[in-house]
Design a protein around this ligand. Structure first.
Ligand SMILES: *[C@@H]1O[C@H](CO)[C@@H](O)[C@H](O)[C@H]1NC(C)=O
Ligand SMILES: *[C@@H]1O[C@H](CO)[C@@H](O)[C@H](O)[C@H]1NC(C)=O
Ligand SMILES: *[C@@H]1O[C@H](CO)[C@@H](O)[C@H](O)[C@H]1NC(C)=O
Ligand SMILES: *[C@@H]1O[C@H](CO)[C@@H](O)[C@H](O)[C@H]1NC(C)=O
Ligand SMILES: *[C@@H]1O[C@H](CO)[C@@H](O)[C@H](O)[C@H]1NC(C)=O
Ligand SMILES: *[C@@H]1O[C@H](CO)[C@@H](O)[C@H](O)[C@H]1NC(C)=O
Ligand SMILES: *[C@@H]1O[C@H](CO)[C@@H](O)[C@H](O)[C@H]1NC(C)=O
Length: 913
């Protein structure tokens, strides 16, 4: 090796500068290695201000001294570490990186590389550690690995890698850590993975791997196994789990695994975490008495089909800190006192089983020696009273006793617990001993569906989420109610007997995002300030449905209105729809049905392209619904109910052409409408819409129907002219009601395209001509009414139409054929008996779809994520973890979205770093 004097001096200088230990000799960089690195640097896009390592890569210095570069004694580059350097750009097949033939370690993690990652890098002959994780836009796939691969660490987490895992993974005999999580891999996990005897960490979570889990019985060094959030199926009992003596963490949650959970799993000597939640595991969990082990700290079996009783021996797993057995079929009786045996328990969830949790044997228990829990969830456990050991708890943050049979009063010792989350909903509680108003720690208070009565004052708290709906409160609303609402995002008193006016102070709730005062007897006018709260950081949902409100709707919708949902149905409101409502550009649901509104069709609302539900039913609307100039109308519209008004004029073809959601095939209607969601800085709330279909006064609530429910109801107006052909394009339509108008002309054959139609009512018009043959192909049709028209000719034969009763066709000019009289023999009386299929419209026992209407109510999803700023960081992390998991239980669909969100957040975080 040739060492020039100059280089020698530089080396000395560096050694002094960096105070290198005398002992460590730095070799000199080989020229080709230096050139390769510099070439590589040239292909990268980086910001010198944040890419500290790259900045030091400078031709005037020795490459072995560059930051992030390590050389061997012979001057070959053996390690390149450019993690977290804010680098973007591509690495292609010709990258000079591939010239570093002695490379052992390459770290490009946490950057913004994009494009296809060259497979050749995996095949560098000496590469041991490869970390390219957290490059969300970096694509690639795993190559075939040659024999005797040297890779020990392979980290691809959260990249855009896809494809299958090659069977040749078997050649990576040295592999000890493999993390392919949060990518887009699919296909089965090769059986040969089970032969990688040096594996310590295997994380394949959050991909689309399918098929069964290979036997990992040979992986004696395995410490962490995470296969969660894939599509894996089959049983896990074939693996010789007992060989995995080093396994500490096992995560198989969110797959489709089935069969029994082998007891040998629980006896692994090092196992600390088992998460098997959200699979199809069944059978009993066996007797833990045989287990000597138990380092077990976390056990999550939530959301399976496990059954039988929870064995007493289970409570011998004394190391347990977190236990979730919820949402299974466990049965039998469980004495609460047995929890005492789990000395370290801090989180326990037994909700939603068939358990009877019993509090009887507490007489001789010393509560002071009871473990102090942070979280206890006993929803749907047949509890008849508050568990008495709670009195002596002092750390409890989350208490969920919902859906039990607890009667009587809410005891006052509950106010001594430092609770953040209290859910006592769905019980039979009647009153409170004490007052919630000093219960300042509460973030979420859910008391809905009890029998709480009288005055609401001492139940009001300062929580961010307060749900008092479906109780028996009967007071007037306290004039100072706003005092409690300063920090509140969600407030519902729906379904009580509240009287009197809505106090203006309610508008002090400046954070209010959902305000639900529906189904009470509130009277007086809608406060102006309430409507003015519709600004972009204010109300998203305002529900005043079914009260006794009078007066007009104040014309003060905020200029930057953020309202998504407005329900005013069933009040005594008069006047016009306020013009300022057009400010609400994100409005999705407008329901002013069953009032006394006297206005023309609100064409000016056509600027709100987000509208999905428009209900004007049973008011005094008049005039044409043809809008003169509007370019944009309602591409997302799904439910439009204009019935029982005085609308007149023709049905406007052009207008209908813009209702494109009605035109897509039903299956394609976005799930998005399922959960209208809004983010307000630190807070996201999900709530679920619900359609109520009325039937002569009694109501049928069709929860979650909106995703598939599309309906047009123009009945009981004075519409005239023809039924537009374009209505045949509304392929997603389920209900079409044009009855009781003055429509003329033929029934357009295009209506035969409405393949999802379940109810078609064209009765009481002046329709002429034959019934088109095409109507016979409407296979889902349950209700048909063509009566009281001028139709004639033969009812199309040999199809669905014959299954309806004659009432569906009666009072026409000259219809004949089944089920009416025979066409050939005119004199024959109509004798064919109605078939069972016919939903006879005059048959009072069946749903009268003739009166169908879509009023829109709403129920909150009671799922909420709040960032409680006032809380300590540790709590916050814990809180997030738990709130999310609850959220996902209620709305599994959110999981995927949240994962995407997590990805995005991480990306943002990376960018910031
Ligand atoms: C290389 O580094 C030296 C000293 O750190 C600096 O003076 C010189 O400008 C750098 N050269 C390049 C090409 O950046
Ligand atoms: C890189 O080379 C592989 C074959 O070695 C080829 O399949 C791939 O398309 C090349 N990628 C690019 C970006 O040229
Ligand atoms: C993997 O092993 C299982 C069980 O031993 C076997 O049924 C399956 O066919 C194997 N898969 C492959 C791809 O060899
Ligand atoms: C509990 O479930 C098991 C298995 O499903 C059943 O055999 C047993 O009868 C049930 N016990 C009770 C009390 O319901
Ligand atoms: C309950 O246990 C605590 C501590 O374990 C002890 O100090 C106390 O005396 C016990 N009380 C009774 C009534 O046994
Ligand atoms: C609300 O209106 C209904 C129907 O008009 C009436 O029966 C009821 O008494 C009213 N309630 C109040 C509190 O005014
Ligand atoms: C409608 O579109 C036309 C051209 O496409 C445009 O000139 C006109 O301003 C638009 N009208 C409205 C109300 O947006």
């Amino acid at each position: 090796m040739e060492i020039t004097l100059q280089r020698f001096l530089i080396l000395i200088a560096f050694s002094l500068c960096l105070h290198l230990n005398v002992g460590s000799v730095r070799s000199l960089c080989l020229e080709d290695q230096q050139l390769s690195l510099l070439k590589f640097k040239q292909t990268l896009i980086f910001d010198p201000a944040s890419s500290f390592k790259l900045v030091s890569w400078n031709s005037s210095t020795d490459c072995c001294s560059w930051s992030g570069v390590k050389c061997s004694n012979s001057g070959h580059v053996i390690d390149v570490d450019l993690g977290l350097e804010s680098i973007s750009g591509r690495i292609d097949n010709s990258s000079s990186l591939l010239n570093l033939h002695h490379l052992q370690g390459l770290n490009l993690a946490k950057n913004f590389f994009r494009g296809e990652f060259p497979a050749k890098v995996f095949q560098l002959p000496t590469l041991q550690n490869l970390d390219i994780s957290y490059n969300a836009f970096l694509q690639g796939s795993l190559p075939e690995f040659p024999e005797n691969g040297s890779l020990q660490t392979l980290l691809l987490r959260e990249t855009n890698f896809s494809g299958m895992m090659p069977d040749s993974i078997r050649n990576l005999r040295m592999l000890s850590t493999m993390d392919l999580s949060r990518c887009h891999f699919r296909g089965s996990i090769p059986n040969s993975t089970g032969s990688l005897a040096n594996l310590v960490v295997l994380d394949l979570s959050q991909n689309q791997f399918s098929g069964s889990i290979p036997s990992f019985g040979m992986l004696k060094n395995l410490n962490d196994l995470d296969l969660s959030h894939n599509d894996l199926s089959g049983q896990i009992s074939s693996t010789n789990w007992e060989n995995l003596s080093n396994l500490a963490n096992l995560r198989l949650q969110n797959n489709s695994l089935e069969g029994i959970i082998p007891l040998s799993l629980f006896s692994l000597p090092s196992l600390q975490t088992i998460d098997l939640s959200n699979n199809w595991f069944s059978g009993q969990i066996g007797d833990f008495a045989v287990l000597y082990c138990s380092q077990l700290v976390l056990l999550n079996l939530r959301g399976n089909r496990l059954e039988g009783s929870i064995p007493i021996s289970f409570f011998k797993l004394q190391g347990l800190v977190e236990v979730d057995l919820s949402s299974n079929n466990f049965n039998g009786t469980l004495e609460l006192s047995i929890i005492q045996k789990l000395e370290n328990i801090s989180t326990l969830d037994l909700s939603f089983n068939h358990l009877s949790v019993d509090d009887a044997s507490f007489g001789n228990i010393n509560f002071t020696s009871f473990p102090q829990l942070l979280e206890l969830r006993l929803a749907s456990c047949k509890l008849r009273k508050f568990p008495s050991f709670l009195k002596n708890q002092s750390n409890m943050l989350v208490l969920d006793l919902s859906s039990n049979q607890i009667q009587g009063e809410i005891p006052n010792w509950i106010f001594k617990l430092p609770l953040r989350w209290l859910n006592l909903s769905n019980n039979s509680l009647t009153k409170v001993d004490g007052s919630f108003c000093n219960f300042s720690s509460l973030t979420i208070l859910d008391l809905h569906s009890n029998q709480l009565q009288g005055d609401i004052s001492n139940v009001l708290s300062l929580a961010l989420y307060m749900d008092y709906s479906e109780n028996r409160f009967s007071s007037v609303l306290p004039a100072d109610i706003g005092h409690f609402l300063f920090n509140t995002y969600f407030f519902s008193i729906s379904g009580n007997y509240f009287r009197g006016v809505i106090p203006n102070s309610i508008c002090n709730g400046e954070q209010l995002n959902v305000l639900d005062l529906s189904q009470n007897s509130l009277s007086g006018t809608v406060p102006r300030c309430l409507i003015a709260m519709s600004h972009s950081k204010g109300l998203g949902v305002l529900n005043l449905r079914r009260n006794n409100l009078t007066g007009t709707i104040p014309d003060v919708f905020s200029v930057n209105c953020g309202l998504q949902t407005l329900y005013l149905n069933e009040n005594y409101l008069q006047g016009k729809i306020p013009k300022s409502l057009a400010n609400c550009k994100v409005l999705e649901v407008l329901d002013v049905g069953n009032n006394g509104i006297n206005d023309s069709f609100p064409c000016w609302l056509s600027t709100i392209s987000s509208l999905r539900v428009l209900v004007l039913r049973s008011n005094k609307f008049y005039g044409s619904i043809e809008c003169p100039t509007s370019n944009d109308t309602w591409p997302l519209l799904q439910i439009v109910d204009l019935s029982s008004n005085k609308f007149s004029g023709k049905l406007p073809t052009k207008f209908f052409e813009t209702w494109t959601t009605m035109m897509v095939n039903k299956d394609k209607i976005q799930l998005a409408f399922d959960y209208l969601r809004f983010d307000i800085s630190l807070y996201s709330l999900y709530y679920q819409d619900m359609v109520i279909v009325t039937n002569k006064g009694s109501e049928i609530e069709l929860v979650k129907i909106l995703t598939i429910f599309t309906s047009i109801d123009f009945s009981c107006n004075k519409f005239e002219g023809k039924i537009p052909e374009v209505m045949g394009e509304f392929r997603a339509l389920i209900v079409l009601n044009l009855s009781h108008n003055s429509l003329m002309g033929p029934i357009p054959p295009s209506l035969g395209n409405l393949q999802h139609l379940e109810s078609l009512d064209l009765s009481a018009n002046s329709l002429r001509g034959n019934i088109p043959q095409q109507l016979g192909g409407l296979n889902f049709l349950e209700v048909l009414n063509l009566s009281h028209n001028q139709l004639e000719g033969r009812i199309p034969k040999g199809n669905q139409l014959q299954t309806f009763s004659e009432d569906s066709f009666k009072d026409n000019k000259g219809l004949c054929g089944t089920p009416l009289r025979d066409c050939g023999a005119n004199m024959q009386p109509p004798s064919t008996a109605p078939t069972s299929k016919g939903n006879n419209l005059d048959n009072g026992t069946k749903i009268d779809w003739n009166l169908i209407s879509a009023e829109v109510g709403f129920i909150f999803g009671l799922a909420i994520v709040i960032l409680p700023l006032m809380l300590r960081k540790r709590w916050r992390i814990w809180y997030y973890k738990h709130v999310d998991s609850i959220l996902f239980k209620i709305f599994p669909q959110l999981d995927q979205r949240s994962r995407n969100h997590e990805r995005r957040t991480l990306r943002t975080r990376q960018r910031r770093n």
